[in-house]
Write a protein that binds this ligand. Structure first.
Ligand code: ADP
Ligand code: ADP
Length: 229
Protein backbone atom coordinates (compact mmCIF):
# COMPACT_ATOMS: atom_id res chain seq x y z
CA UNK A 1 0.00 0.00 0.00
CA UNK A 2 2.91 2.31 0.84
CA UNK A 3 6.17 1.74 -0.94
CA UNK A 4 9.19 3.90 -0.13
CA UNK A 5 12.31 3.41 -2.18
CA UNK A 6 15.83 4.87 -1.82
CA UNK A 7 14.37 7.91 -0.09
CA UNK A 8 16.76 10.75 0.71
CA UNK A 9 15.99 14.07 2.31
CA UNK A 10 18.68 16.70 2.76
CA UNK A 11 17.40 19.88 4.36
CA UNK A 12 18.59 23.32 3.27
CA UNK A 13 20.75 23.37 6.38
CA UNK A 14 22.74 20.42 5.02
CA UNK A 15 21.27 17.98 7.56
CA UNK A 16 20.77 14.53 5.99
CA UNK A 17 17.47 13.51 7.63
CA UNK A 18 16.83 10.47 5.41
CA UNK A 19 19.76 8.58 3.98
CA UNK A 20 18.36 5.93 1.62
CA UNK A 21 15.21 4.59 3.25
CA UNK A 22 13.31 1.58 1.85
CA UNK A 23 9.98 0.61 3.38
CA UNK A 24 7.01 -1.56 2.40
CA UNK A 25 3.70 -1.26 4.20
CA UNK A 26 1.17 -3.87 3.13
CA UNK A 27 -2.50 -3.12 2.71
CA UNK A 28 -4.45 -3.55 5.94
CA UNK A 29 -1.51 -3.67 8.32
CA UNK A 30 -0.37 -1.42 11.13
CA UNK A 31 3.27 -0.58 10.54
CA UNK A 32 5.34 1.14 13.21
CA UNK A 33 8.58 3.06 12.80
CA UNK A 34 10.59 3.14 16.02
CA UNK A 35 13.52 5.43 16.75
CA UNK A 36 15.02 8.03 19.05
CA UNK A 37 14.50 11.73 18.56
CA UNK A 38 16.36 12.95 15.48
CA UNK A 39 16.31 9.55 13.73
CA UNK A 40 14.31 10.96 10.81
CA UNK A 41 10.88 9.49 11.63
CA UNK A 42 8.79 12.61 11.19
CA UNK A 43 10.67 13.60 8.06
CA UNK A 44 9.83 10.15 6.70
CA UNK A 45 6.15 10.59 7.55
CA UNK A 46 6.01 14.05 5.99
CA UNK A 47 7.67 12.66 2.87
CA UNK A 48 5.03 9.91 2.63
CA UNK A 49 2.27 12.47 2.11
CA UNK A 50 4.60 14.86 0.35
CA UNK A 51 4.19 17.63 2.90
CA UNK A 52 7.95 17.56 2.43
CA UNK A 53 9.53 17.10 -1.00
CA UNK A 54 12.14 14.33 -0.90
CA UNK A 55 15.57 15.16 -2.30
CA UNK A 56 15.48 11.86 -4.22
CA UNK A 57 13.79 8.48 -4.19
CA UNK A 58 10.16 7.50 -4.67
CA UNK A 59 7.04 7.30 -2.54
CA UNK A 60 4.16 5.21 -3.88
CA UNK A 61 0.80 5.13 -2.09
CA UNK A 62 -1.94 2.86 -3.39
CA UNK A 63 -0.01 2.31 -6.61
CA UNK A 64 0.45 6.02 -7.33
CA UNK A 65 3.94 7.55 -7.36
CA UNK A 66 3.45 10.80 -5.42
CA UNK A 67 6.88 12.21 -6.21
CA UNK A 68 5.98 12.89 -9.84
CA UNK A 69 2.68 14.68 -9.17
CA UNK A 70 2.09 18.38 -9.62
CA UNK A 71 0.57 20.50 -6.85
CA UNK A 72 -3.10 20.05 -7.84
CA UNK A 73 -2.82 16.27 -8.29
CA UNK A 74 -0.95 16.08 -5.02
CA UNK A 75 -3.72 17.87 -3.15
CA UNK A 76 -6.19 15.29 -4.48
CA UNK A 77 -3.91 12.37 -3.61
CA UNK A 78 -3.40 13.75 -0.10
CA UNK A 79 -7.13 13.54 0.56
CA UNK A 80 -6.73 9.78 0.45
CA UNK A 81 -4.11 9.95 3.21
CA UNK A 82 -5.22 10.97 6.72
CA UNK A 83 -2.84 12.23 9.37
CA UNK A 84 -2.97 12.57 13.16
CA UNK A 85 -0.57 14.52 15.34
CA UNK A 86 1.06 14.39 18.76
CA UNK A 87 -0.52 17.68 19.84
CA UNK A 88 -3.79 17.04 17.97
CA UNK A 89 -3.66 20.25 15.85
CA UNK A 90 -7.32 21.15 16.50
CA UNK A 91 -8.77 24.57 15.84
CA UNK A 92 -9.52 26.07 19.28
CA UNK A 93 -12.26 28.41 18.05
CA UNK A 94 -14.27 25.63 16.39
CA UNK A 95 -16.49 23.04 18.03
CA UNK A 96 -15.68 19.34 17.87
CA UNK A 97 -18.18 18.88 15.01
CA UNK A 98 -16.77 21.87 13.13
CA UNK A 99 -13.21 20.55 13.52
CA UNK A 100 -14.26 17.21 12.06
CA UNK A 101 -16.21 18.99 9.30
CA UNK A 102 -13.25 21.14 8.32
CA UNK A 103 -11.73 18.88 5.63
CA UNK A 104 -15.22 18.33 4.20
CA UNK A 105 -15.69 22.08 3.90
CA UNK A 106 -12.34 22.36 2.14
CA UNK A 107 -13.48 19.59 -0.23
CA UNK A 108 -16.74 21.51 -0.79
CA UNK A 109 -18.93 18.64 0.41
CA UNK A 110 -22.58 19.80 0.46
CA UNK A 111 -23.84 20.93 3.86
CA UNK A 112 -26.40 18.14 4.43
CA UNK A 113 -23.92 15.41 3.48
CA UNK A 114 -21.33 17.06 5.74
CA UNK A 115 -23.68 16.90 8.69
CA UNK A 116 -24.46 13.21 8.18
CA UNK A 117 -20.82 12.35 7.72
CA UNK A 118 -19.73 14.29 10.82
CA UNK A 119 -22.37 12.53 12.93
CA UNK A 120 -21.15 9.16 11.56
CA UNK A 121 -17.51 10.02 12.34
CA UNK A 122 -18.26 11.18 15.89
CA UNK A 123 -20.14 7.95 16.47
CA UNK A 124 -17.20 5.96 15.09
CA UNK A 125 -14.80 7.47 17.66
CA UNK A 126 -17.32 7.52 20.52
CA UNK A 127 -17.78 11.28 20.79
CA UNK A 128 -21.37 11.82 19.69
CA UNK A 129 -22.17 13.62 22.93
CA UNK A 130 -19.33 16.13 22.42
CA UNK A 131 -20.32 17.56 19.03
CA UNK A 132 -20.92 21.03 20.44
CA UNK A 133 -17.96 21.10 22.84
CA UNK A 134 -14.78 23.10 22.23
CA UNK A 135 -11.32 21.45 22.26
CA UNK A 136 -10.38 23.19 25.54
CA UNK A 137 -13.24 21.34 27.26
CA UNK A 138 -11.89 17.90 26.26
CA UNK A 139 -9.34 15.52 27.78
CA UNK A 140 -6.23 14.62 25.79
CA UNK A 141 -7.71 11.29 24.74
CA UNK A 142 -10.92 12.97 23.56
CA UNK A 143 -8.90 15.54 21.59
CA UNK A 144 -7.05 12.74 19.83
CA UNK A 145 -10.38 11.06 19.01
CA UNK A 146 -11.43 14.31 17.33
CA UNK A 147 -8.13 14.30 15.45
CA UNK A 148 -8.80 10.75 14.29
CA UNK A 149 -12.38 11.55 13.21
CA UNK A 150 -11.14 14.56 11.23
CA UNK A 151 -8.36 12.51 9.62
CA UNK A 152 -10.94 9.95 8.42
CA UNK A 153 -13.47 12.49 7.09
CA UNK A 154 -12.53 11.99 3.45
CA UNK A 155 -12.50 8.18 3.80
CA UNK A 156 -8.75 7.71 3.31
CA UNK A 157 -7.31 4.23 2.81
CA UNK A 158 -4.18 5.22 4.69
CA UNK A 159 -3.69 6.88 8.07
CA UNK A 160 -0.36 8.38 9.15
CA UNK A 161 0.20 8.81 12.87
CA UNK A 162 2.87 11.22 14.13
CA UNK A 163 3.51 10.21 17.77
CA UNK A 164 -0.26 10.26 18.33
CA UNK A 165 -0.05 8.90 21.88
CA UNK A 166 3.15 10.59 23.08
CA UNK A 167 1.28 13.35 24.91
CA UNK A 168 -1.13 10.91 26.61
CA UNK A 169 -0.96 8.95 29.87
CA UNK A 170 -0.54 5.15 29.65
CA UNK A 171 -4.24 4.31 30.13
CA UNK A 172 -5.37 6.81 27.51
CA UNK A 173 -2.59 5.62 25.21
CA UNK A 174 -3.99 2.09 25.35
CA UNK A 175 -7.53 3.26 24.55
CA UNK A 176 -6.32 5.28 21.53
CA UNK A 177 -4.25 2.32 20.32
CA UNK A 178 -7.32 0.08 20.74
CA UNK A 179 -9.32 2.56 18.65
CA UNK A 180 -6.67 2.51 15.92
CA UNK A 181 -6.76 -1.29 15.92
CA UNK A 182 -10.55 -1.28 15.65
CA UNK A 183 -10.48 1.18 12.73
CA UNK A 184 -7.79 -0.92 11.09
CA UNK A 185 -10.01 -4.00 11.34
CA UNK A 186 -13.43 -2.45 10.66
CA UNK A 187 -12.44 -0.08 7.85
CA UNK A 188 -9.50 -2.04 6.46
CA UNK A 189 -7.43 1.05 7.17
CA UNK A 190 -3.68 0.78 6.59
CA UNK A 191 -1.81 2.64 9.33
CA UNK A 192 1.78 3.90 9.34
CA UNK A 193 2.76 5.24 12.75
CA UNK A 194 5.95 6.67 14.17
CA UNK A 195 6.87 6.39 17.82
CA UNK A 196 9.84 6.45 20.20
CA UNK A 197 8.13 3.88 22.45
CA UNK A 198 8.73 0.15 22.01
CA UNK A 199 5.53 -0.46 23.98
CA UNK A 200 3.44 1.12 21.20
CA UNK A 201 5.06 -1.18 18.64
CA UNK A 202 4.43 -4.23 20.82
CA UNK A 203 0.82 -3.35 21.60
CA UNK A 204 -0.55 -2.55 18.19
CA UNK A 205 1.82 -3.05 15.23
CA UNK A 206 1.89 -5.99 12.83
CA UNK A 207 5.20 -4.93 11.28
CA UNK A 208 7.88 -2.46 12.27
CA UNK A 209 11.14 -0.85 11.31
CA UNK A 210 13.76 0.72 13.52
CA UNK A 211 15.50 3.90 12.39
CA UNK A 212 18.68 5.69 13.36
CA UNK A 213 20.55 8.54 11.67
CA UNK A 214 18.21 8.58 8.69
CA UNK A 215 18.57 4.87 7.99
CA UNK A 216 16.44 1.78 8.59
CA UNK A 217 18.39 -0.62 10.80
CA UNK A 218 15.98 -3.55 10.60
CA UNK A 219 12.40 -4.25 9.60
CA UNK A 220 9.95 -7.10 9.56
CA UNK A 221 7.04 -8.64 11.42
CA UNK A 222 6.91 -7.48 15.05
CA UNK A 223 6.56 -11.10 16.13
CA UNK A 224 9.92 -11.94 14.48
CA UNK A 225 11.69 -8.75 15.57
CA UNK A 226 10.81 -9.34 19.21
CA UNK A 227 11.94 -12.96 19.04
CA UNK A 228 15.42 -11.92 17.89
CA UNK A 229 18.21 -11.93 20.50
P1 ADP B 1 12.51 12.33 14.44
O1 ADP B 1 11.09 12.51 14.00
O2 ADP B 1 12.95 10.91 14.42
O3 ADP B 1 12.79 13.01 15.75
P2 ADP B 1 13.16 14.29 12.42
O4 ADP B 1 12.72 13.79 11.10
O5 ADP B 1 12.34 15.31 13.11
O6 ADP B 1 13.45 13.05 13.38
O7 ADP B 1 14.62 14.90 12.27
C1 ADP B 1 15.70 14.24 11.57
C2 ADP B 1 16.84 15.23 11.43
O8 ADP B 1 16.46 16.29 10.54
C3 ADP B 1 17.25 15.91 12.73
O9 ADP B 1 18.64 16.13 12.70
C4 ADP B 1 16.51 17.23 12.67
O10 ADP B 1 17.18 18.21 13.43
C5 ADP B 1 16.52 17.54 11.19
N1 ADP B 1 15.34 18.33 10.75
C6 ADP B 1 14.04 18.01 10.91
N2 ADP B 1 13.23 18.92 10.35
C7 ADP B 1 14.06 19.87 9.82
C8 ADP B 1 13.83 21.08 9.08
N3 ADP B 1 12.61 21.50 8.77
N4 ADP B 1 14.93 21.77 8.69
C9 ADP B 1 16.17 21.34 8.97
N5 ADP B 1 16.44 20.21 9.65
C10 ADP B 1 15.40 19.48 10.06
P1 ADP C 1 -22.59 25.74 9.79
O1 ADP C 1 -23.28 27.06 9.78
O2 ADP C 1 -21.76 25.48 8.58
O3 ADP C 1 -23.50 24.60 10.16
P2 ADP C 1 -21.26 25.19 12.35
O4 ADP C 1 -20.06 25.85 12.95
O5 ADP C 1 -22.51 25.13 13.13
O6 ADP C 1 -21.49 25.94 10.94
O7 ADP C 1 -20.89 23.73 11.95
C1 ADP C 1 -19.73 23.48 11.24
C2 ADP C 1 -19.81 22.10 10.67
O8 ADP C 1 -20.06 21.14 11.69
C3 ADP C 1 -20.94 21.94 9.65
O9 ADP C 1 -20.40 21.24 8.56
C4 ADP C 1 -21.98 21.10 10.35
O10 ADP C 1 -22.57 20.21 9.43
C5 ADP C 1 -21.18 20.35 11.37
N1 ADP C 1 -21.98 20.15 12.60
C6 ADP C 1 -22.25 21.07 13.55
N2 ADP C 1 -22.96 20.52 14.55
C7 ADP C 1 -23.14 19.21 14.22
C8 ADP C 1 -23.77 18.11 14.87
N3 ADP C 1 -24.36 18.20 16.06
N4 ADP C 1 -23.76 16.92 14.23
C9 ADP C 1 -23.13 16.80 13.03
N5 ADP C 1 -22.51 17.80 12.40
C10 ADP C 1 -22.51 19.00 12.98
Amino acid sequence: MIHVSALRKVYGTGVVALDGVDLDVREGEIFGVLGQSGAGKSTLLRCVNLLERPTSGTVTVGGQDLTVLGDAELRAARQRIGMIHQHFALLASRTVAANVAFPLEVAKTPRAERRTRVAELLDLVGLSDKAGAYPAQLSGGQKQRVGIARALAARPKVLLSDEATSALDPGTTQSILALLRRLNTELGLTILLITHEMQVIKSVCDSAATMRDGKVLESGLVHDLIARP
